[in-house]
Design a protein around this ligand. Structure first.
Ligand code: APR
Length: 169
């Protein structure tokens, strides 16, 4: 496994990194899942900061401070809702990872954590999503070198088994 990639089993809101990635919706005004957890932990200032961003397109990424989170920043991205795979879902999910990493690079961040974007409420099959996540991150590291330490956060055992298998952990 590339030394720049690590796995963390647990809650992304606990991580003291430069940035954690939020699997948001296009309003950026909070929700359930990891979005709800991040907003609860960050406090109301996060919602105010998100209001100013005026939403986010699927596949795009926007950044705010982390406020009361241990992480310095939150990079909000909007994953695709799974509709069976014939509506550019894989391409859009890949864009989420690429845009989050490019944004982190531009902000000169050196550590970032991702949840398994789109695999909860949005219904993207976890295994396919994990493959896209890992391959996109590995492409980025090949292109830019290990400039950013990347953590995949495994919130449940299904994700943990998947990522460990895909990364020959
Ligand atoms: N830390 C890390 N990962 C988490 C956490 C957490 N605290 N909570 C949930 N997850 C994991 C889920 O297990 C899943 O694998 O994050 C992944 C993404 O699931 P969701 O949070 O449901 O996100 P998503 O499927 O992208 O759906 C986004 O859900 O919460 C709403 O506002 C959000 O409308 C948006 C939609």
């Amino acid at each position: 496994m590339d030394s720049a990639i690590t796995l963390f089993r647990g809650d992304i809101t606990k991580l003291k990194l430069d940035a954690i990635v939020n699997a948001a919706n296009s309003t950026l005004l909070g929700g359930g899942g990891v979005d709800g957890a991040i907003h609860r932990a960050a406090g109301l200032e996060l919602l105010e900061a998100c209001r100013i961003l005026k939403g986010c397109e699927t596949g795009e990424a926007k950044i705010t401070p982390g406020f009361q989170l241990p992480a310095s920043f939150v990079i909000h991205t909007v994953g695709p809702v799974w509709h069976g795979g014939k509506y550019r879902e894989k391409e859009l999910l890949k864009q989420c990872y690429t845009n989050c990493l490019e944004l982190a690079l531009n902000k000169q961040l050196t550590s970032i954590a991702f949840p398994n974007i789109s695999t909860g409420v949005y219904g993207f099959p976890k295994a396919q999503a994990a493959e896209i996540a890992i391959s996109t991150v590995q492409e980025f590291l090949t292109k830019h070198g290990s400039v950013i330490e990347i953590t995949f956060v495994l919130f449940d055992s299904e994700n943990e088994i998947l990522y460990k298998k895909l990364l020959d952990y």
